[in-house]
Design a protein around this ligand. Structure first.
Ligand code: SF4
Ligand code: SF4
Length: 378
């Protein structure tokens, strides 16, 4: 008799209560095994790319970026599987100096200790999108035989959740991202665009850092939350479809995941996914808090710009926290951020398309999305 799991996509969740080397080593190896083992393509890769989430130059304890000890455990697991040449890279929005990004996120120390190259992604090639137009992607991808995605599980003000599927967006040059956000302003439009981009940038395996996920106003300004799991699988859509349950979502609640599945880029239907590993109780019961993105998703795309303006839903820069680095000014494709007469950075609401690139890129946590009620009463 055929097993009830025959033909299903495996997604593993394994308990891991701390970023200690011993706990992570066990959890990463167990998650890989529970997801079916490292695929042959990865074991046989001459050159392999690790793609963590390095959103901006933030220290690991803020849970904005993939934790360096998690990355170390994955490198060691890959070494045991026989992979020799490993590089690590990401292309965050904005123009963060590479050395500062790697030092602050802890990647510099891990890469040095584990013999891994750090790649400053800088060269571009264009690939065609299915519905016309083209996408700039990082030319350096041609150098690799396989890609392992290492996302951080976080809330997101625009897409509700950011995890494995959205992590592939980091393979688009950082400076192009704000332009695409400007073109696809509503959450639904952006979800469709991201799903198409993901179809061209699928990783070969996913290991997700949810030892501490993010709750609240992610992906940059939320709080760390101890979910205590490592998730793994070969299908990023399936991994995300199960991971988003931590926030009480189904895949159908997340336009990016629903569209990615509709377009055949992966499996989002939980009936077609086999859950393995000992961490599912934690995923389904601990309930980190969502961001306020559910409100934005209720606005019809055609009304998005006008209504968010009317609700005073725009980024606000804290002059106390701002150090004047100028990253936000340079990342904003709409030229909506500039200095005022006193030299302080301000957002011009009428130019802003609410892409969140400045919020995500600020290394000092100085930009937050504000709504009318928080401006009136906050
Ligand atoms: S708000 Fe200030 S600290 Fe943040 S990116 Fe802009 S200039 Fe830099
Ligand atoms: S001000 Fe910020 S949110 Fe508005 S368009 Fe510019 S980068 Fe995007």
């Amino acid at each position: 008799m055929a097993s009830e799991n025959a033909g299903k996509v495996k997604v593993a969740a394994v308990e891991c209560g701390a970023y200690s080397r011993e706990a992570l080593s066990k959890a990463v190896d167990a998650a890989v095994d529970a997801a079916g083992g490292w695929p042959k393509k990865i074991r046989g890769a001459g050159k392999l790319l690790l793609k963590p989430n390095l959103l901006s130059a933030r220290p690991p304890e803020q849970a904005v970026t993939t934790h360096p000890e998690f990355v170390r455990a994955v490198i060691q697991s890959l070494r045991k599987a026989g992979v020799k040449r490993i590089s690590l890279g990401d292309s965050p929005a904005g123009d963060h100096p590479w050395e500062k990004l790697w030092e602050t996120t802890g990647m510099a120390e891990v890469a040095k200790a584990e013999g891994v190259d750090l790649l400053p992604f800088e060269n571009i090639k264009r690939v065609d999108l299915p519905d016309g137009g083209s996408l700039p992607i990082l030319k350096e991808l041609d150098d690799f035989d396989a890609v392992v995605s290492l996302p951080k599980l976080k809330t997101h003000l625009l897409t509700k959740v950011t995890a494995a599927v959205k992590n592939s967006y980091g393979l688009i040059p950082g400076k192009s991202k704000s332009v695409f956000h400007g073109r696809h302003q509503s959450p639904a439009d952006m979800g469709r665009f991201l799903a198409d981009a993901y179809g061209l940038l699928k990783p070969d395996f996913v290991l997700m850092d949810a030892v501490e996920c993010m709750e609240g106003q992610g992906p940059a300004n939320g709080r760390p939350f101890p979910l205590g799991v490592v998730l793994a699988g070969a299908d990023a859509v399936a991994v995300d479809a199960m991971a988003c349950r931590a926030y009480g979502y189904e895949a159908s609640d997340i336009p990016l995941l629903a569209t990615a599945a509709e377009r055949g880029h992966g499996v989002a239907d939980s009936a077609l996914i086999e859950k393995t590993g000992d961490g599912w109780d934690l995923v389904e019961t601990k309930k980190p808090k969502r961001s306020t993105s559910d409100l934005l998703h209720k606005i019809p795309p055609v009304l998005f710009s006008g209504l968010t303006m009317a609700l005073a839903c725009r980024p606000k820069i804290s002059h106390d926290a701002c150090v004047g680095c100028g990253i936000c000014e340079r990342v904003c494709a709409m030229n909506a951020i500039s200095r005022d007469g006193k030299g302080r950075y301000k957002v011009a609401w009428r130019k802003c398309v609410l892409c969140m690139c400045c919020v995500e890129s600020c290394p000092k946590h100085a930009i937050e999305l504000k709504y009318l009620w928080s401006r009136l009463f906050g």
